[in-house]
Design a protein around this ligand. Structure first.
Ligand code: G4P
Length: 533
């Protein structure tokens, strides 16, 4: 196993050396803390506490303006780039608040691998489960960091079972804890065959004691008789029960290596990072509708996966985040905006190094650059060196909440429609138009978005809207091989048929039962819970 990890040859090319990943977790598991410790190792920051939490403070959940202010902080920390061990690592931050789950799903389309943080006391939580589904859809390789080992929690073997069952992926521990909570002694890093003894140190990086051979009688001296016996037994069990770690299986998204540690105490983080730089993938080929795009072979191309609005009401400006899929980006060069069939000179694109945003002269596949935007971009837009490419795989999921949006100021109809269009392009929420009555329906994943939309329509577009309740269970995208069957279904369910922003047919099911009956009665219709199928 050691060999399979260490055999990876160092990559030296600009693209080959990039590792773009997202750290995801249920709120409070320790994502921000882990990110900060990774940046400390990378020398990108020098003191703990420098990374502002992207977490929405619990006390503020009812005040969305406050939340947006807090989210404003996160623009700076949306992408954090740093160098470590000859690699250029780009960490993409993901909002913890579940009302911004769509943002996180889209961010996952821009990364090549993912680190999942799990709290030892809580195990797998809802948000993590959902995000893992997205990783699996895309076959994104994942590593798991079990955090807060300095606290009592679920027994490690039980936790591994929980991970496998809840995340639907075989796991393989690459480090192993010795006790936990107040008795926590340290971790044994299986792939390096070394023992790191635990020394709580919150503010600085401390060297941990190395220990080579677990079968040596010296082990007892370091961790005690019982612990040494237990560790040997655990390691034997691991070797017997879990598959040998195979890098290629991990790269295919079919096996998740697991690490244990305490981010707050800076423990076990270096081991995770060392393994990450060895096994995490460099930018991978990306599927465009037209063909597969190769990061190194093809000239510049990229897509917009996130648009972040500036909440300053005095000037409407956004940053569009572009993931470079292939080639090299150069400042002042002309690139083609494929949807507009127009060439653009990108003079003030920014790159993200550590927490600084700087004008970028060049960037490479794997990097994320920020483009100042005044309404030119929408999610999924492609920029290329000339070729007409359209990147797939930016799915929308069925929203959880629905409301009719009504015009509250008939003099401002144009402004309202423009505002709705642009906010939907930004990915704030989803728009459906009911084909029966022509009314516009806004679908979101949380109540907050309705407030955000209403406020922004008023302050940025001078338009006023009113919400009307609508009780729906799900919006499903529908299709069929038989045109007749589709038309028949649409006729039978005419009150519940809508189109989305792209003109795709959508069935609005008002209850789980209705949806189930429709699936049963209309066998020729395929019901999809995401827009890409
Ligand atoms: P998040 O981004 O995933 O939401 O989590 P975050 O890093 O903000 O961590 C959530 C809480 O868990 C923080 O405490 C943080 O200090 C704590 N934490 C993180 N890693 C560890 C660990 O290894 N051990 C222990 N015991 N705690 C850990 P807080 O009190 O909510 O915030 P703060 O006042 O410490 O910032």
């Amino acid at each position: 196993m050691t060999e399979s990890i260490n055999a990876i040859t160092p990559d030296t090319g600009q693209i080959q050396r990039r590792r773009t990943c997202a750290i995801i977790s249920h709120p409070d598991a320790g994502k921000t803390t882990l990110t900060e410790k990774l940046l400390l190792f990378g020398g990108a920051i020098h003191i703990a506490g420098a990374v502002k939490s992207n977490k929405i403070r619990k006390t503020a959940t009812s005040d969305w303006m406050e939340i947006e202010k807090q989210r404003g902080i996160s623009v700076a920390t949306s992408v954090m780039g740093f160098d470590y061990g000859g690699r250029k690592i780009n960490i993409l931050d993901t909002p913890g608040h579940q009302d911004f789950a769509e943002d996180t799903y889209r961010t996952l389309t821009a990364v090549d691998s993912v680190i999942i943080v799990v709290d030892i006391a809580k195990g797998v939580e809802t948000q993590t489960r959902k995000l893992m589904e997205v990783c699996q859809m895309r076959k994104t390789p994942v590593m798991i960091f079990v955090n807060k080992m300095d606290r009592d929690g679920i027994l490690p073997f039980d936790l591994l079972d929980d991970l496998e069952q809840e995340l639907h992926i075989p796991v393989r521990p690459l480090s192993w804890p010795i006790e936990m909570g107040p008795k926590f002694k340290g971790v044994y890093t299986i792939y390096e065959e070394k023992l790191d003894l635990y020394t709580p140190a919150k503010q600085t990086i401390t060297e941990s004691v190395q220990f080579k051979d677990v079968n040596s009688p010296d082990l007892e001296k370091y961790i005690g008789d019982n612990e040494a016996r237990q560790l040997r037994a655990d390691l034997e069990l691991i070797e017997g029960v879990y598959p040998t770690f195979d890098v290629n299986t991990y790269l295919k998204g079919d096996l998740a290596p697991v690490f244990f540690g305490s981010a707050l105490n800076n423990f076990g983080v270096k081991e995770l990072l060392e393994c990450f730089i060895r096994i995490a993938p460099s930018p991978r080929p990306v599927r465009a509708e037209e063909r597969l795009i190769y990061p190194e072979k093809d000239p510049f191309s990229g897509f917009i996966f996130k648009i972040h609005a500036n909440m300053d009401p005095n000037h409407r400006s956004c940053i569009a985040f572009l993931k470079i899929c292939s080639g090299r980006f150069e400042r002042n060069a002309n690139y083609k905006h494929v949807r507009f069939d127009k060439w653009m000179k990108l003079t003030s694109a920014t790159a993200f190094m550590a927490q600084k945003k700087e004008t970028v002269d060049e960037a490479f596949a794997g990097d994320i650059i920020g483009l100042p935007d005044t309404g030119n971009f929408k999610i999924g837009d492609t920029l290329t060196s000339g070729e007409n490419l359209h990147f797939k795989g930016l799915p929308s999921f069925s929203p959880e909440m629905f409301k009719y949006i009504e015009n509250a100021d008939p003099m401002k109809t144009k402004q309202l429609n423009k505002g709705i269009d642009q906010l939907m392009d930004e990915g704030v929420a989803q728009l459906f138009i009911n084909q029966h009555n022509g009314r516009k329906i806004i679908g979101t994943v949380g109540q907050l978005q309705f407030e955000v939309i209403q406020y922004r329509l008023l302050h940025e577009y001078g338009a006023q809207c009113r919400w009307e309740p609508l009780s729906l269970y799900k919006a499903c995208w529908i299709e069929s091989d038989s045109r007749e069957a589709l038309e028949n279904f649409k006729k039978r369910k005419f009150q519940y048929i809508a189109v989305d922003k792209e003109g795709r047919d959508v069935f609005l099911a008002d209850s789980a039962y209705v949806l189930q009956m429709a699936q049963q009665d209309f066998k020729d219709i395929r019901f999809h819970f995401q827009s890409e199928y």
